[in-house]
Write a new protein. Structure first.
Length: 650
């Protein structure tokens, strides 16, 4: 296939938004779609190569996998080899090292997309701290490389029409799977091949059209307009999509179609082709694979070193470091290994096998680092188990689930049916709403209250006010559904309790900012307006449980070799405590005017920092801002007693 400068330019258009997004910059909330652009390009190029070789009778499975190994593995091994010692240098957290080891094993076995599907979402704090998160897309392509050549070898000899129809059928089936699956399991839909195959197949169909010379019949003016429109679709998707946009889904057709249009109609004789062929774009595209490999470890390791915070200057330094490492990687790793005279096939396969084996062994050692350390430092590891137990209560603790004490992330028909049954038995319910802090509050109340009928509809990110950043980022939450529910079942609700994290009520979403972070008055007004509406328009008895101040470092990442009490004093946040109290005063005054009770957690839970971070040798926080199971038990008991004393509950 003749080299096309504009394809490297298109690669640049794919990688820059990905790096921009992961650096934490705003403006390109859909920057993750750069991966989708890469998928389409990959389908286009692989199909072009396969069909040419099959038609000429030169296709070889062995040669195909040799090329893939030369292209993918050497640079990947170098990234893993350098990331591993740096990770050990910046953290001694056994949990972080264990998770990294598991990801390394998944990379070595080409299933990292399955691993990250099961262990984390793509967006959020956990993913930002995972150096190998980005390898999920390599796993998707590797799985595609296993299946597609065999499919092409079987169907292509039947003729171009059969092959095109087969590709189109796979595309349609995969697209429907993506649309349906994103409703049932958004994480699995994001990570796994069945809902991603259609993007690769779109590139494959584009290759058939391009090689079939169908586009030669289209005039230059129309081709120019179609190529420009393709770039517009891609850039508009980068701006318009958000982490909450259903993806991949029918909506993802927009950036995929845009990529197909650029592949088909951008060439050296039109505007789009010339723009994409600007030397800087070509250079970025040439090293785009190395840029993709290096950016995630660089940003993740920086965040781990700085306890999760990536400032703008640090992000810029990370981009420069990523660029330097990528240039070196391309020059001294990628380029030499593509040279068949320098490294012959047996050497490539032996090196690939050895690299995968070593990565797997190192990963297994990291996975078992906790067990290994138990023999060398048993006393310290007992302290780590305390930290790990608190962390596990946030990641794997089941919600309280009893006959009429139950929780749901959505207010759906199943919830309503169960609510109606319990209403018949117990009359009125205590109903808890909110985000992830609402989930904590539900567990705390359900465990400690003798009340038989306690329910909650709550889930992470859901707050009764605007969402930080782009207003379109607001997830679909339960608050409007709850209004309708209150219309039908308000007389079966004895008390509504609402709570949330205080961070999101600050302009910059940073409650630890000691230089002064302004309270977001609009969000406060949104919250007061919603809660007042429940009280006035729906005649509900509403009480708000105030703000839990976050700490500065996840307990699981504390130094397990040091006293937990001493570290509690180090990682408490006096600034966050002061800001949480400010919000308590502000919201308490505003809600009081509407006849809504406001209970500060400092008073209701009798919080004393740093002493209350470690109680009876156990952590009360599971991460920076959520309660552990032990914290829910201890603070929930205090809160329930306080609510009774204030005659809010009986």
């Amino acid at each position: 296939m003749k080299y096309r400068h504009e394809i490297d330019g298109l690669r640049a258009l794919a990688i820059v938004p990905v790096i921009w997004l992961h650096a934490g910059f705003s403006g390109l909330s859909g920057g993750f779609l750069g991966v989708d652009v890469f998928f389409v390009i990959s389908g286009f190029l692989i199909t072009s190569i396969l069909l040419k070789e099959i038609a000429s009778g030169t296709f070889s499975i062995t040669s195909f996998y040799e090329r893939r190994a030369r292209r993918i593995l050497p640079a990947l091994f170098i990234v893993a080899a350098l990331t591993t010692p740096v990770l050990v240098a910046v953290t001694q957290s056994p949990e972080t090292l264990r998770n990294y080891g598991a990801s390394l094993v998944s990379v070595a076995t080409f299933v990292s997309n399955f691993y990250f599907w099961q262990t984390s979402g793509y967006f959020g704090t956990t993913s930002e701290l995972s150096p190998m998160l980005h390898t999920w897309s390599l796993a998707v392509e590797e799985q595609f490389y296993i299946i597609f050549p065999l499919l092409a070898l079987w169907i292509a000899p039947l003729g171009r029409r059969w092959f095109a129809c087969s590709i189109a059928l796979i595309l349609l089936v995969s697209l429907v799977i993506a649309q349906v699956w994103q409703l049932a399991d958004p994480s699995g839909n994001f990570y796994l091949l069945p809902s991603r195959a259609w993007e690769l197949m779109a590139g494959s169909l584009a290759s058939l059209m391009f090689s079939g010379r169908y586009i030669d019949k289209i005039s230059k003016n129309v081709s120019n307009l179609l190529a420009v429109f393709g770039v517009f679709l891609i850039i508009a998707s980068y701006i318009g999509f958000t982490p909450q946009t259903a993806h991949p889904s029918f909506l993802t057709v927009l950036p995929v179609a845009g990529t197909v249009l650029v592949l088909l109609f951008a060439h050296s004789d039109n505007l789009t082709g010339r723009c994409l062929s600007i030397p800087v774009f070509i250079q970025i595209g040439v090293i785009s694979y190395s840029l993709y490999l290096w950016h995630q470890p660089v940003f993740a390791l920086t965040r781990i070193y700085t306890d999760g915070h990536l400032s703008v200057p640090m992000a810029l330094v990370g981009i420069v470091l990523t660029s330097i490492l990528s240039l070196l990687s391309y020059r001294f790793i990628e380029t030499p290994f593509r040279n068949r005279q320098r490294f012959i096939r047996p050497q490539v396969f032996k090196a690939a096998t050895a690299g995968l084996f070593v990565a797997g062994i190192i990963g297994v050692l990291f996975i078992n680092n906790v067990q290994i350390r138990k023999y060398s430092e048993p006393q310290n590891m007992a302290r780590f188990e305390t930290l790990a137990t608190a962390y596990a209560s946030h990641t794997s603790q089941p919600m309280v689930d009893k006959p009429c004490k139950f929780w749901s992330p959505v207010l759906d028909a199943a919830f309503i049916k169960k609510f109606e049954q319990c209403r018949q038995q117990h009359g009125q319910a205590i109903f808890i709403i909110g985000g992830s802090h609402g989930m904590d509050l539900y567990n705390a109340i359900a465990v400690n209250s003798p009340h038989k009928f306690i329910v909650s509809v709550s889930r992470g990110l859901c707050r009764a006010h605007g969402y930080n950043g782009n207003p379109r980022d607001l997830p679909h939450c339960q608050y409007e559904d709850f209004r309708q529910f209150a219309t039908n079942y308000g007389n079966a609700i004895k008390l509504v309790l609402y709570t949330q994290t205080p961070d999101r009520l600050f302009v910059n979403n940073d409650i630890h900012d000691k230089n002064g972070n302004e309270i977001n008055k609009k969000y406060v007004s949104d919250l007061v307006r919603y809660l007042t509406s429940l009280n006035v328009d729906y005649n509900l008895n509403v009480a708000v449980i105030g703000m839990l101040p976050p700490i500065t470092k996840n307990p699981v990442d504390w130094d397990y070799r040091q006293s937990l009490k001493q570290q509690a004093a180090e990682y408490r946040s006096p600034v966050a405590e002061e800001r949480a109290r400010q919000l308590d005063t502000l919201l308490g005054n505003k809600l009081s005017d509407a006849g809504i009770r406001y209970i500060s957690k400092f008073e209701g839970m009798q919080l004393e920092y740093p002493d209350d971070l470690v109680i009876d040798g156990a952590l009360t926080y599971s991460d920076k801002r959520h309660l552990s199971q032990h914290g829910e038990k201890v603070f929930g008991e205090r809160l329930w007693t306080h609510l009774k004393e204030q005659a809010i509950v009986d």
